[in-house]
Design a protein around this ligand. Structure first.
Ligand code: NDP
Length: 312
């Protein structure tokens, strides 16, 4: 249960919730300071598979912006050995790790303190070793999506109607921060209807959130359609009975990026929607991670452009 759900009084609860979601990462309880930066700090992205991750290239660009020397590597953890891999990494001097599929929930579980937004989502993509050796967890995916939509794509989320297709870990991580921007309505449409319903219920106190089956999407003029399914990444068909959700004035956003997102984006663009992949989100969540670890937020636009051009 979210902490705010225990607070009686709808509007008070919502306002408090939004304030918490909008604000910087709030650790609970207040964590000791992160250790001071050294000249060659070690970071990693841990996942399985992870070899093709763009995160090492992104963080190398960020560090170069500040003339900082960091080491950031991709580490593959065995599917049954995530905790051991993380513990070894930190024991050997690692300062922070991003976490990707399929370990975000395990990362949340193993942390000693968790930010508000990590607790909301029940998943963490960010770990940091604190001075006392304990591990702090956060989730920067939602901040990454919001930054890409708002700052790079010029989307006004406040007052918009949002369709979130998918109810997995990625959707869990971004719904709270999206609601923090004050949309009029957010509808979760998922193949597994019960999973979608549970996700909507999890965020019910934070805004106008509903759920539906993929073939029961309400006939609403959505301003934003987010594909948070793994269908693009897995190369699976995404069955949507009604393509009218895509129309001029809609931003259709696939969290997958590059060639994986192409089919969904072409489908949306064919109906006149503006179509964008999740590369900007990837870079923005990395920038938020870098800021939390190193205290300075790197510029992202050029990094996104370079990655798109295949130059980073
Ligand atoms: P999960 O495995 O946790 O969830 C997968 C979701 O996709 C579920 O809702 C599942 O539905 C749905 N799904 C899968 N296949 C289909 C299909 N063929 N038709 C309809 N629905 C389908 O994955 P994540 O949430 O972790 O990741 C989702 C996507 O987001 C991935 O592509 C990932 O790469 C991307 N991502 C991008 C990030 C970025 O920075 N750009 C960050 C994080 C994730 P059901 O519940 O019915 O099984």
């Amino acid at each position: 249960m979210l902490a705010q759900e225990a607070i009686a009084g709808g509007r008070t609860a919502i306002l408090l919730k939004l304030a918490l979601v909008r604000g910087p990462a709030i650790m609970a309880p207040a964590p000791p300071a992160l250790p001071p930066k050294s000249s060659m700090d070690r970071y990693a992205v841990i996942g399985n598979p992870v070899a093709h991750s763009l995160s090492p290239a992104i963080h190398a660009r960020f560090a170069a912006q500040f003339a900082e020397r960091i080491e950031y590597v991709a580490l593959a953890a065995p599917l049954d050995g995530f905790r051991a891999s993380v513990e070894r990494f930190f024991r050997e001097g690692g300062r922070g790790a991003n976490v990707t599929l399929p370990f975000k929930m395990e990362a949340f579980e193993l942390a000693h303190v968790r930010s508000q937004r990590a607790r909301e989502s029940g998943a963490a993509n960010f770990l940091a070793r604190r001075e006392d050796g304990t591990i702090a967890a956060d989730n920067t995916d939602g901040a990454g999506l919001v930054a890409d939509l708002r700052d790079n794509l010029g989307m006004d989320i406040e007052g918009a109607s949002i369709l979130m297709i998918g109810a997995g870990g990625a959707a869990r991580g971004v719904i709270g921060p999206l609601l923090g921007e004050g949309p009029a309505r957010l509808v979760v449409a998922n193949r597994d209807v019960e999973r979608g319903r549970a996700l909507a219920a999890r965020f019910a106190s934070a805004g106008q959130v509903e759920s539906c089956a993929l073939d029961r999407i309400p006939d609403t003029a959505f301003g934003l359609v987010v594909n948070a399914t793994s269908a693009s990444t897995l190369g699976m068909p995404l069955a949507l009975p009604d393509e009218s959700i895509f129309r001029p004035g809609v931003l259709a956003y696939d969290m997958a990026y590059g060639a994986n997102a192409r089919a969904f984006l072409e489908r949306a663009a064919a109906r006149g929607a503006r179509a964008c992949d999740g590369l900007g989100m990837l870079v923005e969540q990395a920038a938020e991670s870098f800021r939390l670890w190193r205290g300075r937020r790197p510029a992202t636009r050029e990094v996104i452009a370079e990655l798109r051009a295949g130059r980073a």
